[in-house]
Design a protein around this ligand. Structure first.
Ligand SMILES: [Zn+2]
Length: 245
């Protein structure tokens, strides 16, 4: 394993979550640092957990192929990800977000950062495989919860999401293109925000700890049951009534 996270010519903002960045990107790195720090504070309280040890890397397009990752082949540029291929693990953020990210509002970038931060928190323990929709629902609901706490214009952001895209979070299967992927993530954000609104954010802790306790691969049926139970009383009916689901 390579260690620590760095690339030639990159500098570092030290702190609880260090941010490694290309030279000349101090301002953006400071903004990322601020978002991570605020998000981690909310998440630690929400999950009653310490902030896991990891570093953030703000990577330019030119250096994208050199960023640490699981696979031999580089991921598509502009798409952030969390990787445990180095120690401490790294949250790799593109300096420029892929144009696939829609809608573009004041909340877009913070939501992306908190989404990845939620993955980092969740993956501090070993987790079993789950249906993709459940694994991505969690960070989307978390980012919505953080956005609400931080007073971001989440409603405005949600209002720009396509409400009837002709699919649901459970209907997406197999290989999907970038547009479908974005539609899927936006449906999950919408569902997550609605769940936080309806059930308050305490269900997130129940969901995370239940998932941490699972020892076998979580299938479709079990996934639905887990989420419904975590939501609490009336959770199942509510879930089935949601168009995104
Ligand atoms: Zn994700």
């Amino acid at each position: 394993m390579r260690s620590p996270a760095t690339l030639p010519g990159y500098e570092r903002v030290d702190g609880e979550i260090p941010v490694v960045h290309a030279r000349g990107m101090e301002d953006q790195a400071t903004e990322v640092y601020r978002l991570l720090e605020a998000g981690a504070k909310v998440l630690s309280e929400l999950l009653n957990s310490e902030t896991p040890r990891f570093e953030a890397m703000l990577v330019t397009d030119e250096d994208w192929n050199e960023a640490p990752r699981e696979n031999a082949r580089a991921y598509r540029s502009g798409l952030p990800y969390f990787t445990r291929s180095i120690q401490p693990p790294a949250l790799v953020l593109p300096a420029t977000l892929s144009p696939a990210f829609r809608p573009r509002t004041e909340a877009t970038y913070p939501l992306v950062v908190w989404h990845e931060l939620a993955h980092a928190f969740f993956l501090q323990r070993e987790v079993v495989r789950t249906p993709v929709w459940l694994g991505e629902f969690l960070p989307q609901a978390v980012s919505a919860a953080v956005a609400r706490k931080m007073g971001l214009p989440l409603e405005e952001h949600l209002s720009e999401i396509d409400r009837e895209p002709g699919l649901t979070v459970r209907s997406l299967r197999g290989h999907v293109d970038t547009y479908e992927q974005m539609t899927f993530q936006n449906l999950l954000l919408s569902l997550g925000a609605a769940a936080v609104e309806e059930f308050r954010d305490r269900f997130l802790k129940r969901l995370v700890y239940t998932l941490w306790g699972e020892t076998e691969i979580v299938g479709e049926e079990r996934a639905e049951e887990l989420l419904a139970d975590a939501l609490g009383s009336g959770g199942r009916e509510w879930l089935l009534s949601r168009p995104e689901f």
